[in-house]
Design a binder for this molecule. Structure first.
Ligand code: SF4
Length: 52
């Protein structure tokens, strides 16, 4: 599996996770927010996540 070392990620439940390494395998991801104005880290997320 390809590893993108520019995108570190610990979400190993995602089908794009590199598993043995804490990285994403996609060329790019879409980061999203959950409200009109993000005011904390928890208000943001990976919009490219897909469950295995
Ligand atoms: S798509 Fe998002 S959640 Fe999934 S491995 Fe990549 S960065 Fe992590």
């Amino acid at each position: 599996m390809k590893i993108n070392k520019s995108i570190g990620c610990t979400v190993n439940e995602c089908k794009y996770h590199a598993k043995d390494d804490s990285f994403c395998s996609l060329d790019h991801i879409n980061v999203v927010k959950h409200s009109n104005r993000a005011t904390s880290q928890e208000a943001t997320d990976c919009g490219s996540f897909e469950a295995e």
